[in-house]
Write a protein that binds this ligand. Structure first.
Ligand SMILES: Nc1nc2c(c(=O)[nH]1)N[C@@H](CN(C=O)c1ccc(C(=O)N[C@@H](CCC(=O)O)C(=O)O)cc1)CN2
Length: 287
């Protein structure tokens, strides 16, 4: 008979923590409205109609509504040019009624996404996607962090996960997920290894990790047998069908703490976006 792996890990509950954070954000939004007569406003920009992106943008708008944040939606055709998208984002950057801007990733392959992100004014970059935000985060200066990495750090802190001196292995190096996640862990004195598609013997690196951040975009790519007993596993994957990058059952049998998908990193991404939107509005309206 084949032995079925038994879970030993406790859950890093992103749904519960996101609810707490968003309740505080809603109070802050209400206080801003009392003080200034203006509600915070997030502009969401969506290029095309990719079903997953449509869902994520709708989730963000619904969460905004619940927290007392207004949202303005800009829907653009899939065939828009880089210049057209940059113009649309620039108009939002210059609009004083908009406090935060979210350009949903990915945009079409024919578009220079980086140029479009750079059209977001740094003070409105509540999604933490510009080079200015990345640099500020890397130097430990004030600014907005990329939302998923920011949410991961909030989760780790809420569960008192020790980071100093620990070996963190980040699988993935995308500009809004893996790369900033590694920089935030480094700022907390973790020893960070980045793994990616060209890494030789990825599984050997994983076996050395005290903390794994999976941001690779491949369903159930990381399995329990790749992991050291007691490891903390953060699954930042958002693949089709709500499947993460980690094979949950086998990983939970090795880990001490693990994020579920759904209910882990995803809700924290949106909670951080809302928090940063309200913070941006405070800075713009009450300086
Ligand atoms: N400009 C950006 N684009 C994208 C980002 C981003 O942070 N900024 N992240 C991802 C996807 N994403 C947000 O856009 C995202 C993915 C998943 C979730 C989430 O809460 N998922 C739920 C499950 C989904 C469901 O219930 O239907 C969960 O994990 O519990 C939030 C945000 C790509 N693009």
């Amino acid at each position: 008979m084949t032995a079925v792996p038994q879970p030993t890990a406790a859950l890093l509950d992103g749904t519960a923590l996101a609810r707490e954070l968003t309740a505080r954000t809603a109070e802050s939004a209400a206080e801003l409205r009392r003080r200034t007569g203006t509600a915070p406003c997030l502009a969401t920009v969506l290029v095309g109609a990719d079903p997953a992106s449509v869902t994520y943008v709708r989730m963000k708008q619904n969460s905004c509504a619940k927290a007392g944040i207004e949202s303005r939606h800009v829907a653009l055709p899939a065939e828009i040019s880089t210049a057209g998208l940059v113009d649309a984002v620039t108009a939002l950057s210059e609009d004083p009624a908009v406090h935060g801007i979210l350009l949903q990733h990915p945009v079409g392959a024919h578009i220079d996404e980086r140029a479009a992100f750079e059209a977001i004014a740094p003070g409105k970059d509540v999604d933490g996607v510009t080079t200015a935000s990345f640099a500020a985060m890397s130097f430990g200066l004030p600014g907005f962090v990329s939302c998923t990495p920011g949410g991961i750090m909030r989760l780790l802190d809420a569960y008192d996960v020790e980071l100093s001196g620990r070996h963190a292995v980040v699988v993935g190096r995308s500009p809004i997920l893996g790369k900033p996640a590694g920089m935030l862990l480094l700022a907390r004195d973790a020893t960070v290894t980045y793994c990616h598609s060209r890494t030789a013997d990825l599984r050997a690196h994983l076996r050395e990790a005290d903390l794994v951040v999976a941001a690779v975009g491949r369903p159930r790519f990381i399995r329990g047998e790749d992991l050291k007993p007691g490891v903390v596993v953060v699954d930042a994957g958002y693949n089709e069908g709500n499947v993460g990058d980690v094979d949950f059952d086998s990983a939970a049998a090795r880990a001490s703490l693990i994020t579920p998908v759904p209910g882990g990193v995803g809700p924290m991404t949106i909670a951080v976006l809302l928090e940063q939107t309200v913070e941006a509005a405070w800075r713009q309206l009450v300086s």
